[in-house]
Design a protein around this ligand. Structure first.
Ligand code: TAP
Length: 473
């Protein structure tokens, strides 16, 4: 059992001032695996005070000191590899291979990349008549979701540390244990007292408290649009800066010269990885009308490559994170059928033989119209919608016919068409064919997918203010 009834404030694990606790459940077994304390406003105030006290010295550390700090964190992070992988598999339900190759790997890369980006980063620029200086924004409140327990936290923390900003982290209640390991990593790496503070608790108390706190200068949030909107409202009370990463309904445009089997594999990979609980997942798959039947056949052929089951065994897809998420996914599958989409594979209920655990059937709808609810709303589960198009212009139009704009994908051969689609999609990140991940590349959304950018030097920028000095001697 992992019981963490303390918060980490000012370099110490201290008791919560409240006595409310929350059990954490392994979604694969439905068993309680530990308990956390739900912090109070008083706990948050203590953390804010500690971060404030750490601000003057941490914000004045040299670039070199911060590079070395981030490099030490990356080294300590590597030492905790097995722990991180096991913990994420237990609290989130992701298969061990996904916990290693996605969750562990992404967290590591954010720290390593922040150190690299910082090496090239210029905090002062003489522009002839004036000098522009980049100054730490102040102290930052970080609110993170459950779907990437090390990626979402690490990208924010790495950027904040690179910019010299002390932080208060409130991780999601559903997956709080990876953040405990991160805290231990920061201690081992010698993060100064008060620079990192962990306050566990509910969104309504600690999350809400962070976004409305008069002494917090910046809030970085990842999660749902509804809560993102609340963060904006709260931040407006104190004219606080914020960055929001709010999910999507991303298109995968399959061009007519794409390898149909490979395209189907890419599409299924999106709903299988992390059980489709990925903000940038391609859940609308746009295929040429002429390719519809061969694509549907290819999807059925490749599905067995992504077995669903016990995340501690050799499976590609685990359960959904919680019963509530399972219920949400079920209701969208029902909705798709009511709306008249054709169920190609999957459906409601649990996959055969998986009665325990929040497992959902990988589900593919075809004959989907882009204005159906299943094509417009973020489902956050293993559900794909196949939509047909008749021209590249139409494909781009459908791709952009959404409130979201986080990511887009295009697969095919003809470079001109690939360029046309990649440039035409209104989203913060477009991936062409099987391009490799790049942690120096900015990540964030257009439209209702968010405000601001994370990762690499763009991520660091969010934690900085721009100061003009006239007559700098
Ligand atoms: P949210 O409710 O948005 O939770 C994200 C984080 O915000 C959690 O730490 C949550 O705390 C906190 N929070 C909740 N209410 C808050 C408030 N009033 N003020 C400040 N912080 C608050 O997401 P969820 O309920 O976990 O998931 C719901 C849906 O959101 C999903 O189905 C999915 O569509 C979307 N989602 C998107 C993303 C990404 S990456 N864009 C990630 C997760 C979920 P607690 O939950 O601990 O109380």
């Amino acid at each position: 059992m992992r019981n963490y009834l303390k918060h980490y404030i000012n370099g110490e694990w201290i008791d919560s001032t409240g006595d409310e606790t929350e059990d954490v459940i392994n979604p694969a077994t439905e068993e309680v695996i530990g308990t956390i304390s739900l912090g109070t406003k008083e706990d948050l105030d203590k953390a804010v005070k500690a971060a404030r006290a750490a601000f003057p010295s941490f914000s004045q550390t040299s670039k070199q000191e911060r590079i070395e700090l981030l490099e030490r964190i990356a080294q300590e992070y590597e030492k905790r590899k097995d722990d991180i992988i096991e913990t994420i598999t237990d609290e989130l339900g992701s298969p061990l291979s996904v916990s290693e190759n996605v969750h562990y790997m992404m967290g590591y890369n954010h720290f390593a990349q922040a150190a690299e980006s910082l090496k090239e980063f210029s905090f002062i620029e003489n522009r002839g008549g004036h000098t522009v200086m980049k100054d730490t924004i102040g102290i930052s409140g970080l609110i993170t979701p459950w779907n990437f327990p090390t990626n979402q936290t690490s990208t924010k923390i790495a950027s904040a540390f690179a910019a010299g900003s002390p932080v208060i982290l409130k991780p999601a209640e559903l997956t709080p244990f990876a953040a405990v390991i991160l805290t231990e990593i920061f201690e081992a790496a010698g993060v100064p007292k008060g620079v990192f503070n962990l306050v566990n608790g509910s969104g309504s108390v600690i999350g809400n408290g962070i976004s409305s706190h008069p002494d917090i200068d910046f809030v970085s949030f990842t999660g749902s649009g509804a809560v993102g909107q609340k963060i904006m409202e709260n931040a407006s009370e104190t004219i606080k800066n914020f960055a929001l990463e709010l999910g999507g309904k991303s298109p995968l445009v399959v061009l007519d010269d794409a390898d149909v089997e490979q395209a189907a594999r890419t599409a299924v990979g999106h709903i299988a990885t992390n059980t489709g609980q990925v903000c940038s997942a391609a859940t609308r798959v746009l295929v040429p009308s002429s390719m519809k039947e061969s694509f549907e056949k290819a999807v059925k052929n490749v599905l067995p490559e992504f077995p669903v089951g016990d995340p501690r065994e050799d499976n590609r897809t685990g359960p959904l994170v919680a019963k509530k998420q399972w219920d949400t996914v079920q209701s969208y599958i029902e909705k798709g059928q009511e709306e008249g989409a054709t169920l190609l594979v999957g459906g409601t209920g649990k996959p055969e033989g998986l009665d325990k655990g929040y497992y959902a059937k990988p589900t593919v709808f075809t004959d989907v119209k882009n204005d159906m609810v299943i094509a417009q709303e973020e489902i956050f589960g293993p559900v794909m919608s196949i939509i047909t198009y008749d021209s590249i212009d139409e494909a781009i139009e459908i791709a952009n016919d959404t409130y979201y704009g986080l990511a887009g994908y295009v697969v095919g051969e003809n470079p001109e068409n690939l360029r046309k689609v990649a440039s035409g999609i209104r989203a913060g990140r477009v991936k062409v064919n099987d391009a490799e991940a790049d942690f120096a590349a900015p990540f964030g959304g257009y439209k209702r997918s968010g405000i601001g950018r994370e990762w690499g030097d763009y991520g660091i920028e969010e934690y900085l203010e721009t100061k003009t000095i006239l007559g700098f001697p």
